[in-house]
Design a binder for this molecule. Structure first.
Ligand code: FAD
Length: 416
């Protein structure tokens, strides 16, 4: 069994992978370019713990023609990948619940996730898929509009609604808080984290791999250790450093192909978010969402985490390095449409983030095809829901044991 493993990236994928590898007995070193865990896509997420439901995928408002062609080709192939992902999603949600319970993680969880069905046409489309989803063990529940409004009493009474789909085991929470707490647990198991450290290259080296990394603090990084939120667990020598590992797991999203030295057909999916404090009025305790609310027609998700509401949307797909101008006003309007008057307009945070996306919208998990390099990449819009399951299965595989699920349908070879 490979004993000494480097994990590149400390987002949700990296932190969960580090925890599961440390639990399986590996010596784990995590390298993160940023100053703390979950600072990139894992910070900007919609805060939803989403089960994967085939056919309910998000659709981007814009995508280049070449990408749409690639996606069409990828989705034409019949494969086991959607069924594998549905099973992985169930495993991931169960593992997340187990870790929350056994480790006492508190990430401002709220249970419940509804998908808005704004007209009869959408209800009919969902009805046609219910049997197939039940066969996959997903058990979504179709609610009429009254039942949906009972679960989310803050919904705008004037907004058109024909029904909602309730997703079992779904909910909302603070993914960053989850990652921060799990990082502490990984450290207790011996995992070491190195922040402001960029991995530059990975080269085969006999039976192992040499990882070249470099301390890359931002110009305004605090110099006193006490000021660093990250609390690095290793000193930082200057200049590029070479270190040997038995295996490397790439959990660094869009930056993975550069380290793998191989093209992976990944695009960037951009999304904008607005987070605002909920308006607390004794006379109107129903204001705002109770948990998670997804509106595929508007391409948005609304989530309650603690005393805040986050709305995300404006999905756009571009080349890996391109930029998109976010439309925050549209998100404010969408929030007002579904939950009018529910937030305060002070301390509003606006953000924009991007995550890796494979042509078929599915993750890239498992052996990379290059000896000793493993992938935990591009979990799409279910990144958090999948993270704990993907990490557990990967760690079992890397330990040379038979995992609960065969991930070969989600490997990178399917895209070649
Ligand atoms: C706006 C938005 C909304 C979303 N909503 C949801 C949601 O509601 N539910 C859900 O489950 N998922 C959601 N997602 C997806 C989810 O957030 C991501 O799938 C998940 O966070 C990806 O985690 P990650 O660890 O792969 O990536 P990241 O969190 O981006 O982590 C990758 C890390 O790798 C580091 N890195 C990169 N290159 C290097 C290098 N060479 N050396 C060292 N470090 C490196 C980066 O600094 C980064 O911290 C959303 C994403 C976005 C952007």
């Amino acid at each position: 069994m490979s004993r000494c493993v480097a994990v590149v990236g400390a987002g949700l994928a990296g932190v969960t992978t580090a925890y599961e590898l440390a639990l399986a007995g590996f010596e784990v070193h995590v390298f993160e370019r940023g100053g703390s865990v979950a600072e990139q896509a894992s910070f900007a997420g919609s805060a939803l713990l989403l089960p994967f439901v085939p056919g309910l995928a998000e659709s981007a408002s814009s995508a280049p023609l070449s990408w749409r062609w690639r996606r069409w080709r990828a989705n034409r192939r019949t494969s086991d990948a959607p069924a594998t992902l549905a099973a992985l999603s169930q495993l991931g949600l169960a593992r997340t619940a187990e870790l929350r319970h056994t480790l006492g993680l508190d990430d401002e969880t709220t249970e419940g996730l509804l998908v808005a069905l704004v007209d009869a046409k959408r209800v009919a489309a969902i009805e046609a898929q219910l049997e197939g989803w039940t066969a996959l063990g997903l058990r979504p529940e179709l609610l009429d509009a009254d039942a949906a409004r009972q679960r989310e009493p803050g919904l705008n009474a004037d907004a058109q609604l024909a029904g909602a789909l309730a997703l079992a085991h779904g909910g909302a929470g603070n993914a960053r808080l989850f990652a921060q707490q799990l990082r502490q647990q990984a450290q207790r198991l011996g995992a070491r984290f190195r922040f402001h450290t960029t991995v530059r290259a990975i080269t085969p080296d006999g039976a192992g791999l040499t990882l070249r990394h470099e301390h890359t603090p931002p110009a305004d990084a605090p110099t006193r250790a006490a000021d660093r939120e990250a609390g690095d667990t290793q000193p930082h020598p200057a200049g590029p450093q070479d270190e040997r590992f038995n295996a490397v797991v790439l959990c660094n999203g869009l930056d993975a192909p550069a380290l793998l030295g191989r093209r992976l057909p990944l695009a960037a999916m951009h999304e904008a978010s607005v987070t605002a404090p909920i308006r607390l009025l004794e006379a109107h305790p129903e204001l705002g969402p109770k948990a998670g609310w997804v509106d595929p027609a508007r391409g948005i998700a609304i989530a309650r985490t603690g005393q805040r509401v986050r709305v995300t949307g404006g999905l756009a797909i571009t080349g890996a390095q391109d930029k998109v101008a976010p439309d925050f006003e549209a998100l404010h309007r969408d929030l007002q449409h579904w939950f009018p008057g529910s937030v305060l307009h002070q301390q509003v945070q606006q953000g924009q983030s991007r995550r890796a996306l494979a042509a078929d919208g599915l993750p890239l998990l498992g052996a990379s095809g290059s000896a000793g390099i493993w992938l935990n990449l591009s979990p799409g819009s279910q990144g958090w829901g999948l993270a704990c399951g993907a990490a557990q299965v990967l760690a079992t595989q890397m330990a040379g044991q038979t995992p609960a699920l065969d991930l070969s349908a989600l490997g990178p070879q399917r895209l070649t």
